[in-house]
Design a protein around this ligand. Structure first.
Ligand SMILES: Cc1cc2nc3c(=O)[nH]c(=O)nc-3n(C[C@H](O)[C@H](O)[C@H](O)COP(=O)(O)OP(=O)(O)OC[C@H]3O[C@@H](n4cnc5c(N)ncnc54)[C@H](O)[C@@H]3O)c2cc1C
Length: 390
């Protein structure tokens, strides 16, 4: 029997695993990380590579390791390789540096040897442990289980986009299971979305298909350095959040605190530069009608503008549904585990426990950790709380 089983080996699961091992709360032999992919951080690496994000949005103190300055120290040690690897403001690390640091941390802690490739499809209580059933019929028993599934595998397809795909139109989501092949797109290319992923995608396409890229965003481009105010990282905003007892109210606070569909200033300026150079057209408009013909997709916008595309790339984010909720449903019923009206878990404030020895982190911990929960900072805060009870 394992001591700890973490379901999901993304940023959240790997940060928690690192904390558990570095702080000697368990040993590598007693730890398991269950994930369908071959290696840790698969979706993170794939999604950020697809949009060619050069720098993280978050500062250098947000990374997988416990010590806040571990990433900066690592960069100094590897100065020859990572000389210019931070960008202002807030010393944001390059993706290359962040990924290399993550790889080294995972190697140092031997996390790859705790890797179990597979997918959880059910979980039930045994006497003093939890038993997790896998898609392949295997069962894993563990004293403690942490649900660290994220949303990176659940890209959001608007209804019109599904219809285009069914009609044979060349359309894809940047975060599809198999990332789109940018080299084989047929210009003109339309990008749909208004946030940071749409911005990176448009910039990548401008380099490949200058003058043949259109970005359709349904709102004016919103500029925010971070996807929520840094006050949400500490007592400034969290003290008043914690005293809210009504979870619907907490959800409303999270929704208004998160700057969804926003981007840092430098990305906004880069888009405007491409627009000025006539490499990019930006339409702030609603899509009202889409027609698909064999090699062309026709758009009609609310402003009555019309345009056609050879290929369409969606950068429309992810589903809002709690990850894993379908296969967790029987467990919730059997063990009386509670969800708020938004469907997300109601968990203990001090340890993020949803049931005895069953914890959540990341998206599933959002109602406790607040607006930063899904981010790297949220993983660090979630890991701190879970470790408090061990
Ligand atoms: C392009 C992009 C850039 C971002 N940049 C930043 C940034 O700069 N700073 C920041 O703080 N945040 C950033 N984020 C937000 C956030 O940090 C990332 O989305 C992060 O990868 C979320 O990690 P996660 O572990 O929650 O989810 P995921 O990456 O989704 O990982 C969860 C893992 O769980 C697995 N899983 C799911 N279901 C099961 C199951 N039933 N059994 C077993 N395994 C399962 C999945 O296959 C997956 O591998 C960014 C997000 C994106 C998309």
């Amino acid at each position: 029997m394992l001591h700890w089983l973490i379901i999901g080996g993304g940023i959240q699961g790997c940060t928690l695993a690192t904390y558990l091992l570095r702080q000697k709360k368990t040993s590598i032999q007693q730890l398991g990380i269950l994930d369908p992919y071959e290696k840790p951080l698969h979706k993170w690496i794939q999604n950020t590579a697809t949009i060619q994000m050069p720098y993280l949005r978050s500062p250098s103190i947000h990374h997988l390791d416990v010590e806040p300055f571990a990433l900066e120290k690592f960069a100094k040690k590897e100065r020859s390789k990572f000389a210019a690897s931070f960008t202002p403001p807030y010393d944001r690390p390059s993706l290359e540096l962040f990924n290399e640091h993550s790889r080294v941390v995972l190697e140092e802690t031997e996390i790859p040897s705790a890797w179990i490739q597979g997918k959880a499809v059910g979980i039930g209580r045994k006497k003093d442990s939890w038993c997790v059933s896998l898609e392949n019929g295997r069962e894993i028993e563990s004293k403690n289980v942490v649900l660290a599934m994220g949303l990176s595998e659940h890209p959001l397809w608007p209804d019109w986009a599904k219809a285009v795909q069914q009609a044979g139109g060349k359309i894809d989501h940047v975060f599809s299971h198999q990332p789109p092949d940018f080299d084989s797109l047929t210009p003109p290319v339309v990008v749909v979305g208004g946030g940071i992923s749409a911005a990176h995608t448009s910039l990548r396409l401008c380099r490949m298909y200058p003058g043949q890229v259109t970005l359709i965003t349904r709102h004016h481009l919103r500029v925010h350095q971070f996807d929520s105010d840094p006050g949400w990282l500490g007592p400034k905003n969290m003290n008043s959040y914690r005293i809210i007892k009504d979870y619907s109210e907490r959800r409303k606070v999270i929704q208004s605190a998160r700057h969804r569909g926003s981007m840092p200033i430098e990305l906004h300026l880069a888009l405007l530069r491409e627009q000025k150079l006539e490499n990019l057209v930006i339409h702030t408009d609603q899509i009202t009608d889409v027609q698909t013909e064999p090699s062309t997709i026709f758009f009609e916008l609310e402003s009555r503008k019309q345009m056609n595309a050879g290929s369409v790339l969606l950068a429309t984010g992810f589903h809002a549904k709690p990850p894993g909720i379908e296969w967790l449903e029987p467990t919730l019923r059997d063990y009386g585990m509670h969800c708020a009206d938004c469907g997300y878990p109601i968990v203990s404030a001090n340890s993020l426990a949803w049931a005895p020895n069953l914890f959540v982190i990341g998206a599933l911990a959002e109602l406790e950790i607040g607006p930063v929960s899904r981010n790297i900072a949220g993983a660090r805060r979630g890991a701190d709380r879970i470790l408090q009870v061990t």
